[in-house]
Design a protein around this ligand. Structure first.
Ligand code: NAD
Length: 257
């Protein structure tokens, strides 16, 4: 087992990448705190972990609220005694997020509050818990759009993910000598609820796939495998990295026919 006796907090753990990561980390021996605004789906993930003889608990968390993030970290320590892995993964992509002219200020603010401030709050309360543990790992979910501009405008989302990537690098440098590693997972376009509800027609999906050399969307399970590598000791010399798992998207100038 690659995470035997570890304790992991996973935000956005009720769906998509977070859900698959919670199930995988539990199979690899970790106890899991599933933190999400979505209560029913989050509890369902915990039930599934339990059915497979794993350990997990749910804590309703809105990552844009400081008090919720504080409670989420406290839950790891009270329920399982410590924190080893913090996966700051919760995020939104608003359907009305657009270019600079069309994006409402409220959508900008909400996107930043969840995608960017949520990662800050996770670290604000998570870092002291990792220190109490003698070290640990933080994985922040950014995106390929933190590295290249998207053809379909989603300015607030893109800016928020750029912030996550920059914050990851600085966190990594600041905490490197405290035995805390911090890396960013940068997924390409995935076949999850978040993107499929945004690309809601076949035409829009095909438009996006033009940019992916592999010619398909990634799967949440494939991101969970990448997160497992970053969370485990196998990546012990890796910190401050932008770990791109994107079907070749960011390497492509022209994609194959
Ligand atoms: P998803 O919609 O399947 O899951 C996101 C989860 O976050 C949901 O369970 C949702 O309830 C939760 N969430 C939303 N707002 C929250 C809040 N305020 N507090 C706590 N939880 C909240 O999406 P996903 O594709 O699994 O996305 C996970 C992460 O991956 C996000 O940060 C997303 O931006 C990023 N990402 C996704 C893609 C993609 O193509 N799907 C690509 C790159 C990056």
């Amino acid at each position: 087992m690659r995470l035997k006796d570890k304790v992991a907090v996973i935000t956005g753990g009720a769906s998509g990448i977070g859900r698959e990561t919670a199930l995988l980390f539990a199979r690899e021996g970790a106890s899991i705190v599933v933190a999400d605004v979505s209560e029913d789906a989050g509890k369902e993930v915990v039930a599934e972990i339990g059915k497979a003889a794993g350990r997990g608990c749910f804590v309703r968390t809105d990552v844009s609220k400081a008090a919720d993030c504080e409670r989420m970290i406290e839950t790891a320590e009270t329920a399982f005694g410590k924190l080893d892995v913090l996966f700051n993964n919760a995020g939104i992509m608003d359907g009305k997020d657009d270019d600079a002219v069309a994006t409402d200020e409220a959508i900008w603010d909400r996107t930043m509050a969840i995608n960017l401030k949520g990662v800050f709050f996770g670290c604000k309360y998570g870092v002291p818990a990792l220190r109490r543990n003698g070290g640990g790992v933080i994985v922040n979910t950014a995106s390929f759009v933190a590295v290249v501009g998207a053809a379909t405008p989603q300015l607030a989302y893109t800016a928020s993910k750029g912030g996550v990537l920059a914050m990851t690098r600085e966190l990594a440098v600041i905490h490197a000598r405290e035995n805390i590693r911090v890396n960013a997972l940068c997924p390409g376009p995935l076949r999850t609820e978040l993107l499929m509800s945004y690309l809601d027609t076949e035409e829009k999906r095909q438009r996006r796939l033009v940019h992916v050399p592999m010619g398909r969307f990634g799967e949440a399970k494939e991101m969970a495998q990448a997160a497992l590598y970053l969370a485990s000791d196998e990546s012990s010399y890796m910190t401050g990295a932008s770990f791109l798992v994107d079907g070749g998207l960011t390497s492509a100038y022209v994609t194959p026919e």
